[in-house]
Design a protein around this ligand. Structure first.
Ligand SMILES: NC(=O)c1ccc[n+]([C@@H]2O[C@H](COP(=O)([O-])OP(=O)(O)OC[C@H]3O[C@@H](n4cnc5c(N)ncnc54)[C@H](OP(=O)(O)O)[C@@H]3O)[C@@H](O)[C@H]2O)c1
Length: 313
Protein backbone atom coordinates (compact mmCIF):
# COMPACT_ATOMS: atom_id res chain seq x y z
CA UNK A 1 0.00 0.00 0.00
CA UNK A 2 1.11 3.58 -0.54
CA UNK A 3 1.38 6.57 1.75
CA UNK A 4 3.17 9.92 1.78
CA UNK A 5 5.97 10.41 4.29
CA UNK A 6 8.73 12.85 5.17
CA UNK A 7 11.87 11.86 7.04
CA UNK A 8 13.09 15.37 7.86
CA UNK A 9 11.53 18.82 8.23
CA UNK A 10 11.83 21.01 5.15
CA UNK A 11 10.11 22.41 2.08
CA UNK A 12 7.39 20.58 0.15
CA UNK A 13 9.95 18.46 -1.74
CA UNK A 14 10.69 16.39 1.40
CA UNK A 15 7.35 14.65 0.74
CA UNK A 16 7.64 11.28 -0.98
CA UNK A 17 5.42 8.27 -1.61
CA UNK A 18 6.46 5.00 0.02
CA UNK A 19 5.10 1.45 0.38
CA UNK A 20 3.87 0.14 3.71
CA UNK A 21 2.27 -2.97 5.20
CA UNK A 22 -1.23 -2.65 6.63
CA UNK A 23 -1.47 -3.39 10.38
CA UNK A 24 -4.43 -5.31 11.75
CA UNK A 25 -6.79 -2.93 13.59
CA UNK A 26 -6.45 -3.24 17.38
CA UNK A 27 -9.41 -3.56 19.76
CA UNK A 28 -11.44 -0.33 19.44
CA UNK A 29 -9.88 0.54 16.08
CA UNK A 30 -11.24 0.41 12.54
CA UNK A 31 -9.17 -0.14 9.38
CA UNK A 32 -10.35 2.41 6.82
CA UNK A 33 -9.65 2.25 3.10
CA UNK A 34 -9.09 5.95 2.50
CA UNK A 35 -10.83 7.38 -0.56
CA UNK A 36 -9.80 11.01 -0.05
CA UNK A 37 -7.71 13.12 2.34
CA UNK A 38 -8.23 16.81 3.05
CA UNK A 39 -5.29 19.24 3.03
CA UNK A 40 -4.94 21.97 5.67
CA UNK A 41 -2.38 24.70 6.44
CA UNK A 42 -1.31 22.82 9.61
CA UNK A 43 0.00 20.00 7.34
CA UNK A 44 2.71 22.24 5.85
CA UNK A 45 3.33 24.09 9.12
CA UNK A 46 4.28 20.80 10.85
CA UNK A 47 6.23 19.59 7.78
CA UNK A 48 8.31 22.80 7.60
CA UNK A 49 9.30 22.51 11.26
CA UNK A 50 7.58 25.83 12.09
CA UNK A 51 5.58 24.15 14.88
CA UNK A 52 8.35 21.94 16.28
CA UNK A 53 8.57 23.89 19.54
CA UNK A 54 4.88 23.20 20.18
CA UNK A 55 4.54 19.79 18.55
CA UNK A 56 7.63 17.64 17.98
CA UNK A 57 6.54 15.19 15.30
CA UNK A 58 7.95 11.68 15.31
CA UNK A 59 9.76 11.22 11.97
CA UNK A 60 9.19 9.69 9.46
CA UNK A 61 5.72 11.14 9.51
CA UNK A 62 2.63 11.01 7.27
CA UNK A 63 0.78 14.33 7.02
CA UNK A 64 -2.98 14.80 6.83
CA UNK A 65 -5.58 15.49 9.52
CA UNK A 66 -8.86 14.44 7.89
CA UNK A 67 -10.13 11.61 5.70
CA UNK A 68 -13.12 9.93 4.14
CA UNK A 69 -13.26 6.26 3.20
CA UNK A 70 -14.78 2.81 3.54
CA UNK A 71 -14.56 0.53 6.56
CA UNK A 72 -12.39 -2.45 5.60
CA UNK A 73 -12.25 -4.28 8.94
CA UNK A 74 -13.11 -3.68 12.60
CA UNK A 75 -10.76 -4.53 15.46
CA UNK A 76 -13.60 -5.23 17.93
CA UNK A 77 -16.23 -7.93 17.47
CA UNK A 78 -18.82 -5.52 18.91
CA UNK A 79 -18.34 -2.39 16.78
CA UNK A 80 -20.60 0.49 15.82
CA UNK A 81 -19.25 0.05 12.27
CA UNK A 82 -19.20 -2.77 9.72
CA UNK A 83 -17.18 -3.43 6.57
CA UNK A 84 -18.50 -1.34 3.70
CA UNK A 85 -19.67 1.61 5.84
CA UNK A 86 -18.76 4.99 4.38
CA UNK A 87 -17.06 7.04 7.10
CA UNK A 88 -15.17 10.27 7.66
CA UNK A 89 -13.10 11.70 10.51
CA UNK A 90 -10.72 14.30 11.80
CA UNK A 91 -7.58 12.38 12.78
CA UNK A 92 -5.50 12.95 15.91
CA UNK A 93 -2.26 14.85 15.17
CA UNK A 94 -0.16 11.67 15.47
CA UNK A 95 -2.04 9.85 12.65
CA UNK A 96 -1.57 10.80 8.98
CA UNK A 97 -4.27 10.78 6.31
CA UNK A 98 -2.21 10.99 3.07
CA UNK A 99 -2.34 7.21 2.85
CA UNK A 100 -4.34 4.45 1.14
CA UNK A 101 -5.29 2.83 4.47
CA UNK A 102 -5.30 3.91 8.11
CA UNK A 103 -6.30 2.47 11.48
CA UNK A 104 -8.56 4.93 13.31
CA UNK A 105 -9.99 4.75 16.84
CA UNK A 106 -13.65 4.06 16.24
CA UNK A 107 -14.83 6.81 18.59
CA UNK A 108 -13.32 9.37 16.16
CA UNK A 109 -15.30 8.08 13.16
CA UNK A 110 -18.68 9.24 11.91
CA UNK A 111 -20.88 7.78 9.22
CA UNK A 112 -20.57 9.94 6.11
CA UNK A 113 -23.60 11.89 4.92
CA UNK A 114 -25.18 10.15 1.93
CA UNK A 115 -25.63 13.28 -0.18
CA UNK A 116 -21.94 14.17 -0.70
CA UNK A 117 -18.91 12.62 -2.43
CA UNK A 118 -15.81 11.16 -0.75
CA UNK A 119 -13.81 14.22 -1.87
CA UNK A 120 -16.28 16.63 -0.28
CA UNK A 121 -16.53 14.57 2.91
CA UNK A 122 -12.74 14.46 3.30
CA UNK A 123 -12.34 18.24 3.41
CA UNK A 124 -15.03 18.93 6.02
CA UNK A 125 -13.91 17.47 9.39
CA UNK A 126 -10.92 19.62 10.40
CA UNK A 127 -12.00 23.04 9.14
CA UNK A 128 -15.69 22.30 9.79
CA UNK A 129 -15.09 21.32 13.41
CA UNK A 130 -12.86 24.38 13.85
CA UNK A 131 -15.68 26.63 12.65
CA UNK A 132 -18.31 24.85 14.79
CA UNK A 133 -16.27 24.73 18.00
CA UNK A 134 -15.23 28.38 17.55
CA UNK A 135 -18.72 29.77 16.94
CA UNK A 136 -20.72 27.52 19.29
CA UNK A 137 -18.32 26.71 22.15
CA UNK A 138 -16.32 29.97 22.27
CA UNK A 139 -18.71 32.47 20.68
CA UNK A 140 -21.86 31.04 22.29
CA UNK A 141 -23.67 31.68 18.99
CA UNK A 142 -27.41 32.35 19.15
CA UNK A 143 -30.14 33.30 16.65
CA UNK A 144 -30.26 36.98 15.77
CA UNK A 145 -26.59 37.65 16.54
CA UNK A 146 -24.40 39.61 14.15
CA UNK A 147 -21.34 37.57 13.17
CA UNK A 148 -18.29 38.68 11.18
CA UNK A 149 -16.01 36.10 9.57
CA UNK A 150 -12.58 37.37 8.46
CA UNK A 151 -11.27 35.11 5.68
CA UNK A 152 -14.63 33.85 4.41
CA UNK A 153 -13.06 32.26 1.31
CA UNK A 154 -10.70 29.92 3.19
CA UNK A 155 -11.41 26.43 4.52
CA UNK A 156 -12.46 27.50 8.01
CA UNK A 157 -14.24 30.66 6.79
CA UNK A 158 -16.33 28.87 4.16
CA UNK A 159 -17.75 26.49 6.81
CA UNK A 160 -18.07 29.24 9.43
CA UNK A 161 -20.36 31.29 7.16
CA UNK A 162 -22.69 28.32 6.66
CA UNK A 163 -22.69 27.22 10.31
CA UNK A 164 -23.42 30.79 11.43
CA UNK A 165 -26.31 30.93 8.94
CA UNK A 166 -27.60 27.58 10.24
CA UNK A 167 -27.77 29.22 13.70
CA UNK A 168 -29.96 31.99 12.17
CA UNK A 169 -27.47 34.80 12.55
CA UNK A 170 -26.69 37.78 10.28
CA UNK A 171 -23.34 37.04 8.66
CA UNK A 172 -20.76 39.46 7.26
CA UNK A 173 -17.83 37.83 5.47
CA UNK A 174 -14.52 39.52 4.66
CA UNK A 175 -12.63 38.43 1.52
CA UNK A 176 -10.84 39.85 -1.53
CA UNK A 177 -12.76 41.14 -4.58
CA UNK A 178 -12.16 38.00 -6.66
CA UNK A 179 -13.84 35.80 -4.03
CA UNK A 180 -17.02 37.83 -3.38
CA UNK A 181 -19.33 35.57 -5.41
CA UNK A 182 -17.74 32.43 -3.88
CA UNK A 183 -18.40 33.72 -0.36
CA UNK A 184 -21.95 34.79 -1.25
CA UNK A 185 -22.65 31.27 -2.56
CA UNK A 186 -22.32 30.03 1.04
CA UNK A 187 -25.00 32.42 2.25
CA UNK A 188 -23.15 35.47 3.59
CA UNK A 189 -25.64 38.34 4.04
CA UNK A 190 -22.98 41.04 3.61
CA UNK A 191 -19.49 40.96 2.14
CA UNK A 192 -16.60 43.35 2.81
CA UNK A 193 -13.84 43.43 0.18
CA UNK A 194 -10.65 43.79 2.24
CA UNK A 195 -8.84 45.32 -0.75
CA UNK A 196 -11.29 48.26 -0.69
CA UNK A 197 -12.46 48.58 2.92
CA UNK A 198 -10.94 47.96 6.34
CA UNK A 199 -13.61 46.00 8.27
CA UNK A 200 -12.11 47.09 11.59
CA UNK A 201 -13.14 50.69 10.75
CA UNK A 202 -16.79 49.72 10.21
CA UNK A 203 -19.55 51.57 12.10
CA UNK A 204 -21.32 48.23 12.73
CA UNK A 205 -20.99 46.20 15.91
CA UNK A 206 -20.70 42.42 15.96
CA UNK A 207 -21.49 39.86 18.67
CA UNK A 208 -18.85 37.50 17.30
CA UNK A 209 -15.77 38.30 15.22
CA UNK A 210 -14.17 35.07 14.01
CA UNK A 211 -10.74 35.80 12.55
CA UNK A 212 -10.63 32.54 10.57
CA UNK A 213 -7.37 33.43 8.83
CA UNK A 214 -5.74 35.01 11.92
CA UNK A 215 -4.76 38.16 9.99
CA UNK A 216 -6.30 40.65 12.46
CA UNK A 217 -6.27 41.00 16.25
CA UNK A 218 -8.50 41.75 19.23
CA UNK A 219 -6.86 45.18 19.52
CA UNK A 220 -7.82 46.09 15.94
CA UNK A 221 -11.34 44.64 16.28
CA UNK A 222 -12.21 46.09 19.71
CA UNK A 223 -14.15 49.00 18.23
CA UNK A 224 -16.44 46.76 16.15
CA UNK A 225 -17.18 44.33 19.00
CA UNK A 226 -20.60 44.77 20.67
CA UNK A 227 -21.23 44.51 24.41
CA UNK A 228 -20.98 40.89 25.63
CA UNK A 229 -19.15 39.81 22.48
CA UNK A 230 -16.35 37.43 21.53
CA UNK A 231 -13.26 37.77 19.36
CA UNK A 232 -12.01 34.33 18.26
CA UNK A 233 -8.79 33.61 16.40
CA UNK A 234 -7.55 30.37 14.82
CA UNK A 235 -3.98 31.02 15.98
CA UNK A 236 -3.91 30.66 19.79
CA UNK A 237 -0.72 32.71 20.36
CA UNK A 238 0.63 33.12 23.95
CA UNK A 239 -0.88 36.67 24.32
CA UNK A 240 -4.29 35.32 23.23
CA UNK A 241 -4.08 32.41 25.68
CA UNK A 242 -3.07 34.79 28.49
CA UNK A 243 -5.91 37.19 27.64
CA UNK A 244 -8.38 34.28 27.95
CA UNK A 245 -7.69 34.17 31.70
CA UNK A 246 -9.53 37.46 32.27
CA UNK A 247 -12.54 36.52 30.09
CA UNK A 248 -14.85 35.90 33.12
CA UNK A 249 -14.21 39.49 34.26
CA UNK A 250 -14.65 41.33 30.94
CA UNK A 251 -17.41 42.17 28.50
CA UNK A 252 -15.49 41.55 25.28
CA UNK A 253 -13.98 38.10 25.45
CA UNK A 254 -10.98 36.77 23.49
CA UNK A 255 -10.50 33.13 22.51
CA UNK A 256 -7.94 31.07 20.64
CA UNK A 257 -9.27 27.84 19.20
CA UNK A 258 -7.61 24.42 19.41
CA UNK A 259 -9.85 22.07 17.45
CA UNK A 260 -10.80 18.74 19.03
CA UNK A 261 -11.51 15.67 16.83
CA UNK A 262 -14.94 14.93 18.33
CA UNK A 263 -17.19 12.56 16.38
CA UNK A 264 -20.30 13.88 18.17
CA UNK A 265 -19.49 17.33 16.72
CA UNK A 266 -18.89 15.75 13.31
CA UNK A 267 -22.32 14.07 13.63
CA UNK A 268 -23.75 17.58 14.17
CA UNK A 269 -22.14 18.69 10.89
CA UNK A 270 -23.45 15.52 9.19
CA UNK A 271 -26.97 16.64 10.14
CA UNK A 272 -26.37 20.09 8.58
CA UNK A 273 -24.99 18.46 5.42
CA UNK A 274 -28.00 16.12 5.20
CA UNK A 275 -30.30 19.16 5.51
CA UNK A 276 -28.42 20.88 2.66
CA UNK A 277 -27.13 23.59 5.02
CA UNK A 278 -23.41 22.75 4.73
CA UNK A 279 -21.36 22.11 1.60
CA UNK A 280 -17.71 22.26 0.62
CA UNK A 281 -16.00 24.19 -2.16
CA UNK A 282 -12.95 22.37 -3.55
CA UNK A 283 -10.47 24.35 -5.65
CA UNK A 284 -8.26 21.48 -6.78
CA UNK A 285 -8.00 17.67 -6.59
CA UNK A 286 -4.52 16.07 -6.36
CA UNK A 287 -3.23 12.49 -6.40
CA UNK A 288 -1.06 10.98 -3.63
CA UNK A 289 1.97 11.41 -5.90
CA UNK A 290 1.19 15.14 -6.18
CA UNK A 291 1.34 15.83 -2.42
CA UNK A 292 4.34 18.18 -2.79
CA UNK A 293 2.51 20.15 -5.50
CA UNK A 294 -0.55 20.35 -3.25
CA UNK A 295 1.56 21.64 -0.35
CA UNK A 296 3.11 24.32 -2.59
CA UNK A 297 -0.43 25.34 -3.50
CA UNK A 298 -1.76 25.61 0.06
CA UNK A 299 1.38 27.45 1.18
CA UNK A 300 0.42 30.35 -1.11
CA UNK A 301 -2.32 31.18 1.43
CA UNK A 302 -4.66 31.91 -1.49
CA UNK A 303 -6.71 28.69 -1.68
CA UNK A 304 -10.43 29.24 -2.38
CA UNK A 305 -12.22 26.65 -0.21
CA UNK A 306 -10.19 23.47 0.14
CA UNK A 307 -7.70 21.14 -1.59
CA UNK A 308 -8.06 17.36 -1.53
CA UNK A 309 -6.02 14.24 -2.33
CA UNK A 310 -8.08 11.58 -4.12
CA UNK A 311 -6.81 8.00 -3.77
CA UNK A 312 -6.64 5.77 -6.85
CA UNK A 313 -7.04 2.25 -5.44
N1 LIG B 1 -6.02 26.29 15.96
C1 LIG B 1 -6.62 25.33 15.28
O1 LIG B 1 -7.04 24.31 15.83
C2 LIG B 1 -6.80 25.52 13.80
C3 LIG B 1 -7.65 24.67 13.08
C4 LIG B 1 -7.84 24.91 11.72
C5 LIG B 1 -7.15 25.96 11.10
N2 LIG B 1 -6.30 26.72 11.83
C6 LIG B 1 -5.56 27.84 11.18
O2 LIG B 1 -6.54 28.72 10.66
C7 LIG B 1 -5.99 29.44 9.57
C8 LIG B 1 -6.98 29.40 8.42
O3 LIG B 1 -7.14 28.07 7.95
P1 LIG B 1 -7.86 27.84 6.56
O4 LIG B 1 -7.86 26.38 6.30
O5 LIG B 1 -9.13 28.60 6.50
O6 LIG B 1 -6.77 28.58 5.62
P2 LIG B 1 -6.75 28.75 4.10
O7 LIG B 1 -7.87 28.00 3.51
O8 LIG B 1 -5.37 28.45 3.64
O9 LIG B 1 -7.01 30.32 3.90
C9 LIG B 1 -6.81 30.82 2.63
C10 LIG B 1 -7.83 31.90 2.36
O10 LIG B 1 -7.51 33.03 3.18
C11 LIG B 1 -7.82 34.19 2.44
N3 LIG B 1 -7.02 35.32 2.92
C12 LIG B 1 -5.68 35.45 2.85
N4 LIG B 1 -5.30 36.62 3.41
C13 LIG B 1 -6.44 37.22 3.84
C14 LIG B 1 -6.72 38.44 4.52
N5 LIG B 1 -5.74 39.30 4.84
N6 LIG B 1 -7.99 38.71 4.83
C15 LIG B 1 -9.00 37.88 4.51
N7 LIG B 1 -8.80 36.72 3.86
C16 LIG B 1 -7.54 36.38 3.54
C17 LIG B 1 -7.46 33.83 1.02
O11 LIG B 1 -8.23 34.59 0.11
P3 LIG B 1 -7.54 35.74 -0.81
O12 LIG B 1 -6.61 35.03 -1.75
O13 LIG B 1 -8.68 36.37 -1.46
O14 LIG B 1 -6.84 36.65 0.13
C18 LIG B 1 -7.81 32.35 0.92
O15 LIG B 1 -9.09 32.12 0.36
C19 LIG B 1 -4.65 28.78 9.27
O16 LIG B 1 -3.63 29.58 9.83
C20 LIG B 1 -4.73 27.46 9.99
O17 LIG B 1 -3.48 26.93 10.33
C21 LIG B 1 -6.12 26.53 13.15
Amino acid sequence: MKKVIYEKYGDADVLKVTDFEINEPAEGEVLVKIMAAGINPVDYKIRSGALKFIYRAKLPRTPGGEISGIVEKTGSKQSAFKPGDKVYAMLPISVGGYSEFVNVKEDLLSLMPENISFNEAAVIPLAGLTALQALRDKGNINPGMKVLINGGSGGVGMFAIQIAKAFDTEVTAVCSGKNISFVKSFGADHVIDYEKDDFTKSENKYDIVLDAVAKSSFGKCKKILADKSAFITTIPSPPVMLRQIINPMVNKKVFGILTKPLSKDLDFLTELIAQGKLKAGIEEVYSLEEAAKAHKHIETGRVKGKLVIEMKH
